[in-house]
Design a binder for this molecule. Structure first.
Ligand SMILES: [Zn+2]
Length: 55
């Protein structure tokens, strides 16, 4: 299953979710921390090697 990367603007954190395409089409994932969907932006996963990740 594909992995989708998101960034929560509220928590300023990136997170990944594994979900099927069908689930993905239903809408965005909620942030696992604040449960917000509005503040969540999807990252373009094609460029994961370039994006710097702070852990
Ligand atoms: Zn959040």
């Amino acid at each position: 299953m594909p992995t989708y990367d998101y960034h929560c603007k509220k928590c300023k954190k990136d997170f990944s979710v594994i979900r099927s395409l069908k689930e993905h089409e239903k809408g965005k994932s909620a942030c696992p921390k604040c449960k917000s969907r509005r503040q969540v932006a999807q990252l373009v996963s094609n460029f994961t090697t370039i994006t710097s990740r702070k852990s």
